[in-house]
Design a protein around this ligand. Structure first.
Ligand code: GTP
Ligand code: MG
Length: 301
């Protein structure tokens, strides 16, 4: 009855698709079971329709319907962003989501694998020991580090690091329900030149918190979402819904606390395989940049 009621919410065109295409029906029921929301399913069915445009009678295979699902969300590669001067990446999110650890992972990737000149800035004076955590990492890795209070000092710090390629900025964890969050974020970071804001969301968090986080931090233009702690994620439906509904691009996934190993660049096949289980994709759908997504439980930063 539930399935019938769900199906009735779709246009007759989409209902026909579910009834006439067995692979569409199979994936439809899988997505419904995972808690994928109807607007996300409708987006996917629109993509399926596009695949059928040349020949409406064609029988779609599993890989084709998965390919359509991969068009329901976007991924981004922040390393590709160009421009004059250093690229500044600010890491935003709720308390404990993994901002500092992810920053450290990306700083190591930038400095060692990408041979970039990297600088670190901490704006976190909220949590006891937060600034010392990043300062200790900077000493360990021999990266320049500045600890700043407020926008004026932040601009001065970025100016002092103008000769670098990448500047990673750590921010304090914030409650997305705070009414002043948007105003404070804009006052601190709004319109800073070359700044990309990356919002971390925890894969294991309740969908309502994910939605509130994206809305609260969305007061600033967000360059990407980073899906953190996928190793702690029992139910992928929630984060998948929010990635599709937000329209924001996913850039990285974090798979454990180890620096720098537990970080994976986002790709469409990886997201779908995390949603449906790693056996969902055949070799032919996988793209070369997909790295194995191992779950690790070793010590972190
Ligand atoms: N399981 C798991 N743990 C992680 C991951 N990333 C970070 N952690 C752990 O999560 C905890 C919090 O990480 P932090 O990087 O300090 O989080 P934060 O967002 O900077 O926290 P605040 O600065 O307090 O807001 C630490 O114990 C990390 O080791 C991950 O991908 N998976
Ligand atoms: Mg932190």
């Amino acid at each position: 009855l539930k399935t019938l009621l769900r199906e009735r919410q779709h246009s007759s065109l989409h209902r026909d698709l579910i009834h006439s295409q067995p692979e569409v029906a199979a994936l439809y029921h899988e997505l419904a079971r995972l808690g994928v929301q109807e607007p996300v399913i409708a987006k996917w069915l629109q993509q399926v329709q596009i695949l059928l445009r040349p020949d409406a009678q064609k029988r779609l295979g599993r890989q084709a319907v998965l390919h359509a699902l991969m068009q329901s969300f976007s991924v981004a590669d922040p390393w590709e962003s160009a421009g004059d001067g250093p690229r500044c990446w600010a890491f935003l999110g709720t308390a404990g989501v993994g901002k500092t650890t992810t920053l450290a992972k990306l700083a190591v990737v930038a400095a060692l694998a990408r041979k970039q000149r990297v600088g670190l800035i901490s704006l976190d004076h909220q949590r006891l020991g937060a600034m010392e955590q990043l300062a200790a990492f900077a000493r360990l890795t021999d990266l320049p580090f500045l600890n700043v209070h407020g926008r004026t000092e932040l601009i001065q710090a970025v100016t002092a690091m103008h000769h670098l390629d990448c500047i990673f900025i750590d921010t304090p964890g914030r409650n997305p329900h705070e009414p002043i969050l948007g105003r404070e974020l804009k006052e601190l970071l709004g319109d800073l030149p070359h700044l990309q804001c990356h919002l971390l969301i925890s894969a294991g968090a309740a969908e309502s918190l994910l939605a509130a986080t994206i809305k609260g931090f969305g007061a600033l233009p967000l360059a990407s979402l980073i899906l953190a702690k996928v190793d702690e994620n029992p139910e992928p439906g929630g984060w998948f819904n929010q990635i599709c509904l937000s329209g924001l691009s996913l850039s990285f996934l974090t798979t454990g606390p180890r620096v720098p190993e537990d970080l994976v660049p986002a790709s469409r096949p990886l997201v779908v395989s995390l949603l449906l289980g790693s056996t969902a994709l055949s070799q032919e759908t996988e793209v070369p940049d997909t790295q194995p997504c191992e779950v690790n439980h070793h010590a972190g930063l």
